[in-house]
Design a binder for this molecule. Structure first.
Ligand SMILES: [Zn+2]
Ligand SMILES: [Zn+2]
Length: 155
């Protein structure tokens, strides 16, 4: 678990003033990857009840703008935040329950950063979302046994 001095260092390295709400948001995101705004709000206010909703929104915006926090918004999902930044990792998203998992860049050193046609853009990041069903949602449903009287006559 990261210590407060570590979090303070990362704030200073990003030229951000060290404040308790900023430390709290970073601490919460270290432990809860891909947390939603509401989740961050609840967890931060559990530690610092005096911090307003607006202050937490402002902190999330400042941390995202500084690059300490990455904001992702899979289609159909609310915004989610994480502190795993700068490694060009991707996300697996379950279509059924919405669970999100990190996945390293597909093969080796960011080959996805080389599009087949770059149209002259200088590319520094690729955002890839893999959609599917998580292990739990993909597990075959257990069929009721014929011994169950409630199921008799239905087949
Ligand atoms: Zn699922
Ligand atoms: Zn992630």
């Amino acid at each position: 678990m990261p210590t407060t001095p570590e979090l303070e260092r990362s704030l200073r390295a990003a030229a951000l003033r060290v404040t308790r709400p900023r430390l709290a948001v970073l601490g919460v995101l270290r432990e809860h990857a891909h947390a939603t705004t509401d989740e961050v709000l609840g967890l931060v206010r559990a530690q610092l009840p005096e911090v307003s909703h607006q202050a937490v929104y402002d902190v999330l915006r400042a941390l995202t703008a500084s690059g300490l926090v990455r904001r992702i918004e899979p289609q159909g999902s609310v915004a989610r935040y994480e502190v795993r930044v700068g490694d060009n990792h991707h996300h697996l998203v379950c279509r059924s329950c919405g669970v999100i998992a990190d996945v390293d860049c597909s093969v080796g050193a960011a080959p996805c950063l080389t599009p087949s046609e770059d149209h002259g853009f200088v590319v520094d990041e690729a955002e890839v979302t893999y959609w599917g069903l998580c292990r739990t949602c993909a597990a075959p449903t257990v069929l009721p046994t014929l011994e169950n009287p409630a199921e008799r006559g239905t087949r």
